[in-house]
Design a protein around this ligand. Structure first.
Ligand code: FES
Length: 488
């Protein structure tokens, strides 16, 4: 039996904040494996036997009988196991899939159904360099050079101690929520695709956020009939998600804005981008889910997580805006749809969508976010800095998601990811892919230099006559989303 390779995850103490963590590993060949790391409490101690020991190891191996790692996708039909129920079954601990209730032993992956989930040994080792206990997880068997590219709590639902009930009434934006229920009374959505299209067609941003939270929770906890992308009656997404008129008015002249308002203007612009980003996360599922029926459920898990992140970002930013500048609530400054304009050029192709939106636009965000954060830090706005740092960390994972599924679709089509990405940018982008680049964060997300260096788009030449137009004449001169967000 060969010696297993291990990947270092985090100091043990970092695992004490939550009971479940999502791990994303990437091999040097560009393969991804997503895992859930479960930390069980003393309730289960008596029933759990040690899962991993290294005899004669010079590295101290601690008692690790409370930590388990299992693949994040159920081996039956791919459900997200992050919200699996944990149950004691005889003397075993099992994770029960939220979709069809198959249970999988957390140590062995065995199930009474006959299926078997991949499980990974977990060790806690003291790092002799700094004396700190660190958690390691066994690498997947395939591939080489596995490294951790994402490590985060699954959700605040699994925080330790359990979360208090959060009062979000103070996070309302400029208008009270319209008298429209989160779940429509008539024809409530039954599939993820139906929720995606409903949310895309929801003009009110607060309702869009609430519906996103609700739909993602239904999906994760197995309360939806199906994803619905293979159904011939899957609804089509709108070409342009509607916007509530009250949020399209400009009631403040930004030219007159003072220094404090400049920060408010930036928060407002960022919140507008996040509202479009919520739509983009739902749109990629609704628009391409039917065209690519072989997309695995992990694709939908990743993009529902992205939709939830973007809705969190929108709430964080509008909340900071309300606190910083009550006179310029969300909807009071001019907004534009530059990001959606760019997305419209990618309607025909999933490869193009992933390349242009997630690996050009979002990757550009990684380059410029640090300067934006520094600007708020110089103003002493620590709360906005905290919000923007949270957003930046999430955005690294969104570019990772873009890279993961771009390489997936390239493997499916039998083409090389780097040269294909460069070709998609040449066809679907206008002008240089500008630096300076945040090489480190791009690399974390899988975007190595050969993807983006010395790259120029020629979109006007290739698709300038396809009919893709600015949404209206007033937005015709609007700079791109990235320019608006980050110009100083
Ligand atoms: S039991 Fe998990 S997807 Fe069916």
């Amino acid at each position: 039996m060969g010696t297993s390779e291990y990947v270092q995850i985090a100091p043990y103490n970092q695992l004490l904040t939550h009971f479940r963590f999502f791990l994303n590993l990437r091999s040097q060949e560009g393969e991804y494996h997503s895992l859930i790391l479960f930390r069980l409490t003393s309730l289960h101690d008596a029933a759990i036997s040690q899962i991993s020991t290294v005899e004669d190891s010079p590295i101290q191996t601690h008692n690790v009988n409370q930590l388990y790692a299992m693949e994040s996708a159920c081996p039956h039909l791919g459900a997200d196991m992050s919200h699996a129920d944990i149950e004691e079954y005889d003397s075993n601990i099992v994770a029960v899939c939220p979709w069809h209730r198959y249970d999988f032993d957390l140590r062995t992956g065995q199930s009474l159904s006959g299926l078997k989930a991949c499980t990974y040994a977990v060790e806690v080792r003291m790092d002799e360099a700094d004396g700190v206990d660190k958690v390691w997880v066994e690498s997947p068997k395939s591939g080489q050079g596995w490294r951790l590219v994402e490590f985060r709590p699954v959700s605040e639902e699994f925080s330790d101690p359990p979360p208090a009930v959060v009062d979000i009434s103070n996070l309302s934006i400029s208008e009270p929520l319209k008298d429209e229920p989160v779940v429509p009374l008539e024809n409530p959505p039954k599939t993820l695709m139906q929720w995606a299209v409903l949310i895309l067609n929801t003009p009110n941003p607060t309702l869009k956020v609430d519906r996103t939270r609700h739909a993602v929770n239904l999906y994760r906890t197995g309360q939806l009939l199906s994803i619905g992308n293979r159904s011939s009656s899957a609804p089509r997404p709108p070409d342009i998600p509607p916007r509530d008129e009250v949020y399209r008015k400009s009631t403040v002249d930004p030219v007159k804005a003072g220094k404090r308002k400049n920060r408010a203007g930036m928060l407002h612009a960022l919140a507008n981008i996040e509202q479009w980003a919520i739509d983009l996360a739902w749109d990629i599922m609704a628009r391409f889910g039917s065209a690519y029926p072989d997309l695995p459920p992990a694709f939908f898990s990743d993009f529902t997580k992205m939709a939830l992140d973007e809705s969190k970002h929108f709430t964080l930013l509008t909340s900071r805006l309300a606190a910083l500048s009550p006179s310029t609530p969300y909807g009071s400054l001019p907004v534009h749809a530059g990001l959606w304009d760019s997305a419209r050029t990618t309607f025909p192709s999933l490869r193009s969508r992933l390349a242009i939106i997630h690996l050009v636009h979002e990757a550009r965000g990684l380059d410029v976010n640090p300067a934006t954060i520094a600007r708020f830090a110089r103003a002493g706005d620590v709360d906005s800095v905290a919000a923007l740092e949270t957003i930046h960390a999430d955005e690294v994972t969104h570019v990772t998601t873009g890279h993961r599924w771009f390489t997936w679709v390239c493997a499916r089509d039998g083409v090389d990811p780097v040269s294909t990405f460069r070709e998609e940018v040449r066809k679907g982008w206008r002008g240089d892919v500008k630096g300076p680049f945040n090489v480190d964060d791009r690399e974390k997300a899988g975007m190595t230099r050969e993807f983006y260096e010395d790259l120029k788009g020629e979109m006007d030449v290739e698709i300038g006559t396809t009919g893709v137009k600015p949404l209206n004449s007033s937005e015709e001169k609007a700079p791109s989303a990235v320019q608006i967000i980050y110009e100083s």
